[in-house]
Design a protein around this ligand. Structure first.
Ligand SMILES: *Cc1c(COP(=O)(O)O)cnc(C)c1O
Length: 434
């Protein structure tokens, strides 16, 4: 029987995060202050983020130690499993070897808890009593609610209104862990009230919800803000995925030809690929492919420029691929992939030619999700199905060429709370995003 599972022990959890900023030859372009357009200093951002997080945001140190209390919480489910997709390989009749790192085993059901725990910890250390944040489909709000609960901090979540209505169970998750959830645009903030005055039926967007969370933060001394993707420290915290995967592929006796991840803000992709990009910079032959929805094609169609992260233009300017802060994406079911911007570190590795990007259609990703469910037994988040589709395409290409190819993809989360989207697909209610 082919070996399917590559499991590590608790003592194998990486004890340091890997920072790609150390190996890019020059420091990444800094965030710019929205008023002065000058590079932000840590003090500029201190009202929003704790210093522990800001130091990491601007760090070019290669290895950063994971604090013991963070490791202790990560050990609830880490190391996460790496599987060989033997069933999928058979279904595709491919000579390719397909491996996936499964982040759906976390209590939150996705990779997002990796950074939520670290961010809650640094906030606790510096006396924050409550964290305000935004969430789209609810995965980030749920992860942060769990993490804040672990460290005894309050959590206020501004949830994009159309998701607040469409995804009641993620709201229930947040309530379970003591999170407060408001549909955004809300009456709680000046910006929310302004948006509602102009458009009482506004369905909301991540950009609007971020503006509300930042306004809430700035109005209170003991409240800080937290972002679940995009920023350098978030990508850093997610590198634990790629570091574990590397050890696990060693157990399997292989090195990947290609590493694949879906991209919303870029954190799970960055998390799995950055440790492999270190090898690539050192001369190793490995490809990285970021997969995004055609409905929100940030990397493949967005300009690479300084842009705002939120609709009210309160955030610092980040050098990234962007569709513009006013972009309101169509309601595709992969709610976690609907952000207008991209992690600057991910944008940078794409600009440097280290990583590639492709955009795919929503009907194709559901077909890939079903192929995967029926061969591997896991119902995946629609976001993760983007990575699966690309893995299948890579395997089919290997089949055509009659070559072996080692494919690694990140399975960012399970789809148990996304079954409504599967129902829409079964009922032919999803349209092509071509
Ligand atoms: C949020 C989310 C994503 C997208 O976010 P990234 O920062 O690009 O990783 C992907 N998959 C799942 C399951 C998510 O919850």
């Amino acid at each position: 029987m082919e070996r399917r599972q590559f499991l590590l022990n608790q003592s194998d959890i990486p004890t340091e995060w890997y920072n790609i900023a150390a190996d890019l030859g020059e420091p990444p372009p800094p965030p710019l202050h929205p008023a002065t357009q000058q590079p932000c200093k840590p003090e500029d951002l201190a009202p929003i983020f704790p210093m522990g997080v800001l130091e990491q945001e601007m760090s070019t140190q290669r290895w950063i130690k994971i604090p013991e209390p963070v490791l202790e919480k990560l050990a609830l489910w880490r190391p996460s499993p790496l599987y060989r997709a033997v069933g999928l390989e058979k279904a595709l009749k491919t000579p390719a070897k397909i491996f996936y790192k499964y982040e759906g085993t976390s209590p939150a059901g996705s990779h997002k808890l990796n950074t939520a725990i670290a961010q809650a910890y640094y906030n606790k250390l510096e006396g924050t009593t409550r964290i305000a944040t935004e969430t789209g489909a609810g995965q980030w709000g749920a992860a942060l609610s769990i993490a804040c609960n672990f460290f005894g901090i309050g959590c206020t979540v501004y949830m994009v209104k159309c998701s607040y209505q469409a995804k009641p169970y993620r709201r229930s998750m947040m309530h379970t862990f003591g999170g407060e959830v408001y549909p955004s645009p809300s009456e709680k903030t000046e910006f929310g009230r302004q948006v509602l005055m102009n458009d009482p039926d506004c369905p909301g967007s991540l950009g609007i919800a971020i503006s509300e969370a930042i306004e809430d933060t700035l109005a209170h001394d003991d409240v800080k803000y937290s972002l679940g993707s995009v920023l350098n420290h978030v990508v850093l915290h997610q590198t634990i995925i790629g570091l574990e995967a590397k050890k696990q592929l060693e157990m399997a006796g292989v090195y990947p030809d290609v590493v694949i991840g879906c991209v919303g803000g870029g954190s799970n992709f960055g998390g799995i690929v950055m440790p492999f990009m270190a090898d690539k910079i050192a001369g190793k032959d490995v490809r990285a492919v970021a997969v995004e929805p055609k409905a929100c094609p940030t990397l493949t169609s967005g300009a690479y420029k300084y842009d705002f992260g939120d609709t009210a233009k309160m955030t610092p300017l980040l050098k990234m691929h962007s569709l513009g802060p006013d972009f309101i994406p169509p309601a595709i079911h992969a709610g976690g992939l609907r952000y207008h911007g991209m992690a600057p570190l991910v944008s940078l590795i794409v600009e440097k030619g280290l990583a590639e990007a492709v955009a795919v259609d929503q009907l194709d990703i559901f077909e890939a999700a079903l192929t995967f469910a029926r061969s591997e037994g896991i119902v995946v988040a629609p976001e993760s199905a983007h990575a699966i589709l690309q893995a299948i395409n890579e395997a089919n290409q290997a089949t055509e060429e009659g070559k072996e190819r080692v494919i690694l993809f990140n399975l960012s989360g399970h789809g148990f709370l996304d079954l409504g989207a599967y129902d829409s697909y079964f009922a032919d209610k999803l349209c092509s995003t071509d």
